[in-house]
Write a protein that binds this ligand. Structure first.
Ligand SMILES: Cc1ncc(C[n+]2csc(CCOP(=O)(O)OP(=O)(O)O)c2C)c(N)n1
Ligand SMILES: [Mg+2]
Length: 278
């Protein structure tokens, strides 16, 4: 599916804007599939107990409650993008992500650019601690006349990669920055706010207090390292199953057939089939 054309097998449908194609497909899925009930949200509606640690499910319902019509939402690769998928957006929200190329660090300067282009709209950046390390220097630019709300998911490393490639792999550990001091080190402006939430209650209070930000807001959401948004947990289960079947050399003939099939697959198809976000 391309922005202005869609191909199914050998048939090319063009010109066909992607929006129209998705609307058509949605209708077909509803008609031919199991119906289309809107998914339940927030996923975790249970009232959190006092002092209970913050978890992904509660983060995303809090983000949903925080959003207003007309906001700009930028979601980074990692658990942020998977979690953001579950968030219902109010009208006229612009949502930016880049799951195809998946180059982490992109969204921090992208949020700066978005807010520079639309200074009267609220810009909300959802980004992980690992991704933010790559382009953190742009916080130093954002302190000048910008007021994005940055929700930084601090889960001590590359959680999405732990989910896919093994939780104990050392390459998923990252330097532990003291994020609340970073804006100050970059000469934070008068209205810069740094906040930290470790419980759902702290998160609600923190978000309420920055609903109309006057300067850069850096809100750290402290999350358990192996806590996954539901969409990521489902993707990780699917990939684990695919990996397990691909790594089964003992079933000789299946293994051979698998490779023969792969050899027939064109490079293009193989690239398309690869997960775009790792
Ligand atoms: C430039 C680049 N390097 C590495 C990767 C592989 N990669 C994809 S997601 C990710 C980890 C993201 O971690 P974080 O931002 O902390 O998100 P989390 O899943 O922990 O919430 C990595 C290393 C990538 N996509 N792009
Ligand atoms: Mg992380």
């Amino acid at each position: 599916m391309q922005p202005f054309a869609t191909q199914i097998g050998d048939r090319l449908f063009a010109p066909l804007p992607m929006k129209v194609a998705v609307q058509e497909l949605t209708g077909l899925v509803c008609e031919l599939g199991q119906g289309c009930q809107p998914s339940e949200f927030p996923a975790d509606v249970r009232e959190p107990q006092t002092g209970e640690a913050l978890r992904q499910a509660q983060l995303w319902s809090a983000v949903e409650r925080f959003l207003r019509p007309g906001d700009i939402v930028v979601a980074e690769q990692g658990s942020a993008f998977f979690g953001a998928q579950s968030v219902r957006l109010p009208a006229d929200v612009t949502f930016t992500g880049q799951p195809l190329w998946g180059s982490i660090g992109y969204t921090l300067p992208a949020a700066l650019g978005a807010q520079t282009a639309a200074p009267t709209r609220r810009t909300i950046l959802l980004i992980g601690d690992g991704s933010a390390l790559l382009t953190a220097q742009e916080l130093g630019t954002m302190r000048e006349g910008r007021n994005p709300v940055i929700v930084l998911i601090n889960n001590d490393g590359y959680t999405v990669e732990r989910a896919i490639h093994g939780p104990e792999q050392r390459y998923n550990d990252i330097p532990r920055w003291n994020w609340s001091l970073v804006p100050a080190a970059m000469g934070a402006g008068e209205h810069t706010r740094t906040l930290r939430a470790t419980t759902p209650a702290e998160l609600s209070v923190a978000l309420e207090s920055v609903a109309d930000p006057r300067g850069l807001v850096l809100l750290e959401a402290m999350l358990p390292t192996m806590d996954l948004p539901e969409a990521l947990a489902a993707a990780a289960r699917a990939m684990a199953a695919a990996n397990a079947s691909a790594l089964r050399p003992a079933v000789g003939s299946n293994w051979r057939r698998h490779h023969q099939r792969r050899a027939r697959t064109s490079d293009y198809q193989r690239r398309e089939a690869a997960p775009a976000w790792t």
